[in-house]
Design a protein around this ligand. Structure first.
Ligand code: PLP
Length: 513
């Protein structure tokens, strides 16, 4: 798939290695400069051809990588080359060594975790971003990067139907977005943690963050990082639809306050990772208001919509963000369900001043006289920032609001196709409601005990994934092992999905008594 490789010519080699056949070096490669323009054009065309061929044929590759641990590493030289190598040699190793070690997230039968797509416009814009090589730490270090980020996140705000008054920033991942939101929550508590830290402070009670038992592990990781510890996170039980139990939340907060702890934040999830259940954000906001009113300080409400939040782009799915306009922050990941190549997460906040108060620290060499501008370095941990907005902007422009909505709607319809298949199947049962694009199900045999069911479902998943024809993942719900199938890839046609369900059926038949 490397396209045109230049003719091998040992005579071209400036390192004087005679008799070694292989592609030639570029004219500019031996001096002290960069790749020359003509060579860049030639290799660039080869790379674009490689990508186009890859995306066209990815559905024929085994979706889950089949390499053994260390196989990739050992297939490559352990030491770096002393002299220059032809660029084509890198592309050859990409095909020969790396591709077999790739699990193909852009594959039409990738249904594990959350199915995602790095789309064409996003891929091309990502290349341009590398060419510009912008570091958008300050407005002046590339005004266009900062202003396009402000504009693009505001476009995303409008696509999601959020009210005016939200501002946003792009980070690498939802985990980091949630970390920043909880740092802002801690800052709002006015404990002067920024200056004095948390250790050795008898004046500070235990700080508490509330989230559901089905919330993403990134909430606890943020608590670990921010010095609250895992004990600082109360995992509130879920109801029979796997949504945060609001009465249990109220009780947990009341109990903690009685025992002298201080609630600083609640994290609601819209689209949990296991089942895409949707916490009742408005009812949670009511509890937040009630408790905040009693205590006399404002508890931060963060909403994790890393995957599910994007569904709000469709008018009829806007309910996923019901109540979110009462929250303080929201994260949603364009790299999950908005066809933007990894990495791209959007953090929306209302109270930007509290977020920047948590993080702004400007050494002399970064001070400027620019007035009325956004310096995104003040919004988080990192100083240097890449030009992420470009790919998201390109994706939104290329598909348009209607095109994005049509694609998300299609993925939800495909999930319903899977639900219908499960419901019609004599040996399967649905394991949770499937409001969005992810379906949890398992095989059942009447009269068997739970461990036999777990063993068979485990074996079924392993058998499916070993075929290379599909890749699914699993979760455990109320001690029951279940398979998860997520749709969300633009290359998954309805026919391909039918074929994949046929693979699942075939592999299950082999395991049934
Ligand atoms: C995927 C996911 C995350 C983590 O996303 P990263 O961008 O990989 O950090 C957080 N929350 C939810 C609900 C998710 O589904």
């Amino acid at each position: 798939m490397t396209g045109d490789v230049p003719a091998p010519s040992a005579a071209d080699r400036p390192d004087g290695v005679a008799g070694v056949a292989g592609p030639s070096l570029d004219p500019g490669q031996s001096g002290t400069g960069d790749m020359d323009a003509a060579s860049f054009r030639r290799h660039g065309h080869a790379v674009v051809d490689w990508i186009a061929d890859y995306l066209e044929g990815v559905g024929d590759l085994p979706v889950l990588a089949r390499v053994a641990p260390d196989e990739v590493r050992h297939a490559l030289p352990a030491t770096p080359p002393a002299g220059p190598e032809p660029f084509a040699a890198t592309l050859e190793d990409l095909d020969r060594v790396l591709l077999p070690g790739i699990t193909h997230w852009n594959h039409p039968a990738f249904h594990a975790y959350f199915a995602i797509t790095g789309s064409g416009p996003g891929i091309l814009a990502e290349a341009v971003s590398a060419a510009l090589n912008v570091n958008g730490m300050l407005w002046r270090t590339s005004p266009a990067a900062t202003e396009l980020e402000e504009l693009t996140v505001d476009w995303l705000r409008q696509l999601l139907g959020l009210a005016d008054g939200w501002r946003g920033v792009l980070t690498d991942t939802a985990s980091v977005s949630t970390l920043l939101a909880l740092a802002a929550a801690r800052e709002r508590a006015e404990l002067d943690v920024r200056q004095r830290g948390l250790a050795g402070r008898p004046d500070i009670p235990p700080l508490r963050v509330y989230t559901s038992a089905d919330a993403h592990s990134s909430v606890e990781k943020a608590a670990i990082t921010l010095g609250l510890g895992r004990d600082g996170v109360r995992l509130v039980p879920v109801d029979d639809q796997r949504r945060m139990d609001v009465d249990a939340l109220r009780e947990a907060m009341a109990e903690d306050i009685r025992l002298g702890s201080r609630p600083i934040a609640i994290v609601a999830t819209v689209g949990t990772t296991s089942t895409t259940s949707i916490d009742p954000v408005a009812a949670i906001a009511d509890v937040r208001d009630e408790v905040s009113g009693d205590l006399g300080w404002s508890i931060w409400l963060h909403v994790d919509g890393a995957y599910g939040g994007t569904a709000a782009i469709c008018e009829e799915l806007r309910f996923v963000l019901d109540g979110v306009d009462r929250a303080d922050s929201l994260v949603t990941n364009p790299h999950k369900w908005l066809f933007t190549p990894i990495d791209c997460s959007a953090l929306f906040v209302r109270d930007v001043a509290t977020l920047t108060r948590a993080f702004s620290l400007v050494p002399e060499y970064l001070t400027t006289d620019d007035e009325g501008v956004t310096d995104y370095m003040d919004w988080g941990v990192q100083l240097g920032r890449r030009f992420r907005a470009l790919k998201l902007w390109a994706v939104i422009r290329y598909f348009g609001h209607e095109g994005l909505a049509a694609r998300i709607r299609h993925h939800v319809a495909q999930a319903q196709q899977v639900v219908a298949w499960v419901e019609a199947h004599p040996h399967l049962e649905l394991a949770a409601p499937a409001p969005l694009s992810t379906v949890c199900f398992r095989s059942v045999v009447p009269g068997e005990d739970e461990s036999a069911a777990t063993d068979r479902n485990r074996s079924w998943l392993a058998a499916i994934n070993a075929t290379g024809e599909a890749y699914l993942s699993h979760t455990v719900l109320d001690d029951r092992y279940v398979l998860r199938l997520a749709t969300g890839n633009l290359r998954t046609t309805d026919d391909r999905l039918e074929t994949t369900l046929g693979v699942l059926d075939r592999e299950l038949s082999a395991l049934l008594p």
